[in-house]
Design a protein around this ligand. Structure first.
Ligand SMILES: Nc1ncnc2c1ncn2[C@@H]1O[C@H](COP(=O)(O)OP(=O)(O)OP(=O)(O)O)[C@@H](O)[C@H]1O
Ligand SMILES: CC(C)(CO)[C@@H](O)C(=O)[O-]
Ligand code: BAL
Length: 360
């Protein structure tokens, strides 16, 4: 099944071309299997594995893609140095298994990941890909009006790159199932994955992708099959797990949890009824205090706050004050932030209001 000589050994089938992947997908379509899809850039950690576990629990089969997508990195960003750890990733994924009770079988069955899609850059971008958007050729997907706030303010070309690659990945898993087929109808046509799983850590990305599925009238997944899974954290200090945490120095690791602490302080301020400005001030105070402490302890680390923001989770528009009431049936508010620790950019968020309206 493996189509590339240099791939590490793997008991999970690996596919590097769209055609070989689709062949596999067609076969499982014919076998009437539901498929869960977890898109990643590799360098796997517990956060990725939490998405895999949810998919294993909810689908017959689980597929992961590992692809470091050049189009979502700006020219000055870390495409060249992004951690690439395929052998370790495959070991972690292979170790994941889940017992599930299948009503049609007498014994519980064990589910494991069923396939990994590892395309090359030229497979995903047949017209080539430049990180300079003005030099790009080919088709791209933009979700207008939802990509310039929060992360998009600091990374203006990021969401265009993400929306484009995720559309391609969804399409790569397409099979031409007959829409008249009853199984196909109940699974939205079986042309794209049954369920897709994204992490809350990248909340704007996940919500924007839901919006994209809605606006492009995608049926597989339709927006209700785009699931958002809570952020997995380091249990000792609350730091959101992230592949880029691997860049942190030992001093950097000591201050990295400050972002979550700052957001928690802002959350308390919000719960006291304060305005956005006051909430942001609280967060900044936490970071300033940690910077002072780090200096006094002789840590060699620089911290620079990129932003702390409050945004409506439906529109992404900035929420200025409590006149935007929670609990009145309206969309929750996202309290999010980005912090540079030396050259590592950390992001995190807290959902204010009814999380169940977003996480599912
Ligand atoms: N801590 C986490 N908890 C839950 N999901 C996560 C976590 N970290 C990443 N994910 C999700 O895993 C998927 C793949 O993410 P990706 O491969 O970019 O990893 P990452 O750790 O977010 O990397 P980076 O450091 O580049 O942000 C995304 O849907 C992302 O939101
Ligand atoms: C969704 C994604 C795999 C697209 O490249 C990436 O942005 C990520 O890993 O979060
Ligand atoms: N986890 C989001 C991918 C990125 O920052 O490029």
């Amino acid at each position: 099944m493996s189509t590339q000589a240099k791939l590490p050994p793997s008991s999970i089938p690996l596919f590097t071309t769209v055609s070989s992947f689709r062949e596999w997908r067609r076969k499982v379509y014919d076998e009437r299997k539901s498929v869960g899809f977890v898109a990643t850039m590799g360098a796997l950690h517990e956060g990725h594995l939490s998405l895999v576990r949810k998919s294993l629990a909810e689908n017959d089969l689980t597929v992961m893609s590992i692809f470091v997508n050049p189009a979502q990195f700006a020219p000055h960003e870390d495409l060249a140095t992004y951690p690439r750890t395929l052998p370790g990733d495959l070991e972690l994924l292979t170790a994941e298994s889940m017992m599930v009770v299948n009503p049609s079988a007498s014994e519980p069955i064990t589910r494991k990941a069923s396939a990994v899609f590892l395309p090359t850059v030229s497979e995903m971008y047949p017209s080539g890909i430049s990180q300079d958007t003005s030099a790009q050729k080919g088709a791209f997907v933009e979700v207008k009006g939802y990509g310039h706030q929060m992360e998009g303010q600091s990374r203006p070309t990021f969401f265009r790159g993400v929306a484009t690659i995720v559309t391609k990945l969804f399409n790569a898993i397409e099979v031409s199932g007959a829409l008249s087929d009853p199984f196909s109808r109940s699974h939205g046509g079986a042309r794209q994955p049954t369920n897709a799983y994204f992490g809350q850590k990248d909340i704007q990305q996940a919500l924007l992708l839901r919006r994209m599925c809605k606006d492009l009238l995608l049926s597989h997944p339709d927006p209700s099959h785009v699931h958002i899974v809570p952020t997995a954290r380091d249990p000792t200090n609350g730091l959101a797990l992230s592949s880029r945490n691997a860049y942190l120095t030992s001093d950097g690791k000591k201050v990295a949890p400050t972002l979550k602490e700052a957001l928690t302080a802002a959350e308390s301020a919000w719960n006291e009824g304060l305005t956005k400005r006051e909430c942001v001030l609280r967060a900044e105070q936490v970071i300033d205090a940690k910077r002072t402490q780090a200096r006094s302890e002789g840590l060699e680390v620089e911290m620079r706050l990129d932003y702390v923001q409050l945004n409506d989770s439906g529109t992404f528009e900035v929420v200025e004050d409590q006149s935007r009431r929670l609990g009145d049936g309206s969309d929750p508010v996202i309290l999010s932030g980005a912090l540079w620790v030396d050259k590592t950019r950390l992001i995190d968020n807290i959902i204010l209001g009814d999380q169940s309206r977003i996480l599912a």
